[in-house]
Design a protein around this ligand. Structure first.
Ligand code: PGA
Length: 252
């Protein structure tokens, strides 16, 4: 059965020292993992990965980068490859976040290369999808999001698709304080799961964790996570305060 996952996305926040302190604070309260427990992931800047890995119980907390290069290695100044991420002890890579699509021109073609490299390096992609406000207002969100999946992760084989985590993040809800209602979240998560079932079969769909992201906080996490097709959250702002992030983990 699919796992429940609460993943923090620190974005471009925290110095190394602040990040290590935040990781330590989360680590100190996250208990030994039981079979049904929530998988906790910290999505840190590249510079923090190895130090955060050293400072958490990696049996209990997974560490994630927020991106990786679209090439395996070579003359790509400033890029960080999937193999480099793997060598830090991190286990996850957030891919396709709307901020990367919008500000750094990440297309489906680029994301397909990143997905392949992430999987080749035995890292788990946390693959983000989600619609902008105008698409939601026009009522075309389902078509838009399923198309994002069709152009990328639906091109994987079922075996590889089975290794990924999907995060649905409506762009209008990211960092805006405007959360999707519990009905809006459940409806889209169900649509995504149905599309996965149509593509890869019901068993793969039942085993895929689909996280909600977008202004998830200690007050609304409980209600959002209570939806049958919401398997946890990708948390931005509220993952930067240990108490808030812990409350979200404990919302299950
Ligand atoms: P937010 O960000 O929780 O600050 O809205 C979520 C995300 O972008 O992953």
């Amino acid at each position: 059965m699919r796992k429940k996952v609460v993943a923090g996305n620190w974005k471009c926040n925290t110095t190394l020292q602040e990040g290590v302190e935040l990781a330590k604070a989360v680590n100190s309260v996250v208990k030994e993992k039981g079979a049904n427990d929530v998988v906790v992931v910290l999505g840190t800047p590249f510079t923090h990965l190895s130090k955060v890995v050293e400072n958490v119980d990696t049996k209990r907390i997974g560490v994630s980068s927020q991106n990786c290069a679209a090439e395996a290695k070579g003359a790509f100044t400033g890029e960080v490859s999937a193999a480099m991420v793997k060598s830090t002890g991190a286990e996850y890579v957030i891919l396709g976040h709307s901020e990367r699509r919008e500000y750094y021109g990440e297309t489906s073609e680029i994301l397909n290369k990143k997905l392949a490299l992430t999987l080749e390096n035995s890292l788990t992609p946390i693959y983000c999808c989600g619609e902008p406000l105008e698409i939601r207002e026009a009522g075309n969100q389902k078509e838009y999001v399923i198309n994002q999946l069709k152009e990328t992760v639906f091109k994987l084989n079922a075996d590889d698709f089975g290794k990924i985590i999907v995060a649905y993040e409506p762009i209008w809800a990211i960092g805006t304080g405007k959360t999707a209602t519990t009905e809006q979240a459940q409806e889209m998560h169900k649509d995504i799961r149905d599309a996965i079932a149509a593509q890869f079969g019901q068993e793969v769909a039942n085993n895929t964790s689909i996280l909600y992201g977008g202004s998830c906080n200690p007050k609304n996490a409980n209600e959002l996570f209570a939806n049958p097709d919401v398997d946890g959250g990708l948390i931005g702002g509220a993952s930067l305060k240990a108490e808030d992030f812990i409350q979200i983990i404990n919302a299950y």
